[in-house]
Design a protein around this ligand. Sequence first.
Ligand code: UGA
Length: 434
Amino acid sequence: MRVTMIGSGYVGLVSGACFADFGHAVTCVDTDSAKIEALNSGAIPIFEPGLDSLVAKNMREGRLSFTTELAGAVRTADAVFIAVGTPARRGDGHADLSYVYQAARDIVAELDGFTVVATKSTVPVGTGDEVERIMREARPEADFAVVSNPEFLREGAAISDFKRPDRIVIGTGDDRAKRVMEDVYRPLYLNAPPLLFTSRRTSELIKYAANAYLATKITFINEIADLCEAVGANVQEVARGIGLDNRIGSKFLHAGPGYGGSCFPKDTLALMKTAQDLAAPLRIVETVVSVNDNRKRAMARKVIAACGGAVRGKRIAVLGLAFKPNTDDMREAPSIAIVTALLDAGASVVAHDPESMAAARAVLPGIAYADDAYSCLDGADALVIVTEWDAFRALDLDRVKAGLREPVVIDLRNIYRSDDMRRRGFRYSNVGNA
Ligand code: UGA
């Protein structure tokens, strides 16, 4: 199969590299010529474990190429995937679809023979209809089918999520398109991935509903964590106690500083706005969004309380800035609100993150950055763990204690054990554990 990805960002690049690894001939297109040049010279613009070697291997074996020339790549393709950005529109929170619609116009001008145009970008319900209308209007005679094929990749685990998906959702009523999409995903059949065919609108909604549900699950356990602190219970045991019930499931029940990233905050907001516009409000999602927003600054108050009620003039060490481990992504990272609130309260902050410090400097210019965990905490009045990188899970605690001016540790990801930390003489607090 010949597959073309429009957009060589996170989704386009990971999906393109994985499709190529399955043996398809893949061309990734992007309008950003600097990005394409970099990719062609072997540089990967994002940090995703395993992606650099996957891209290099498939380029070397001639199945993966990068170009700014959309025309040729579309003309020869069996399936063209739209994987461009859909950022939250400034002002009203709706998804900005201008890149998707532009891609549709660019694609239709070049179509040659029956082609499936599949939207991978996260788009509001009805976007597929609009993409089809735009394309049909531009070239009424063109032979194509517009399909919804949302992605469910997690940053940091995207390659294994792509290769071993829980499900592949394909929204189309067109039989020829179904066959093309079956062929595109056939290499995964050994692992028997459940292919779920639905209408296009249903498929578009599945994506938003999945992210909103996961965000709700996290927010639920975060509120239970607050209650645990108030009643003297342990949220990890509560999570295990409810998660072993198969109807609930144990995943996405880790209490922490609130969800962040490029997906949950944007998608919950966009879903909420769509639902409000259609007079079918999603009150649970509205509450999730506001609880999560408030939580980030509440975490700063937790740090301040652990420091005796004030941080003015104190030096706070922060380990982990990315919104989660194994990514350099700082988008909507809880660290941004937490660090900003600590600075507002008069603290000075020194931070370390294994991958995201370059991105962090742009959004958090007013802090110091350290090359490693120990130099970060050296001489600090408190240590705050914000992102649960593996490298922070087994710190040499004697060295930590010796480095800190005060043995105060606030572990917002519950990676250490309270009893152990207290026995070692730390003034330790975490999330949901009195
Ligand atoms: C999320 C979904 O998990 C993917 O299925 C989806 O494809 C993707 O959004 C998307 O729409 O593109 P991602 O944002 O990469 O993936 O990251 P997650 O692993 O879902 O984590 C999101 C946030 O929730 C992080 O800030 C993480 O720290 C937080 N989280 C996650 C918790 O606080 N507790 C948990 O138990 C799980």
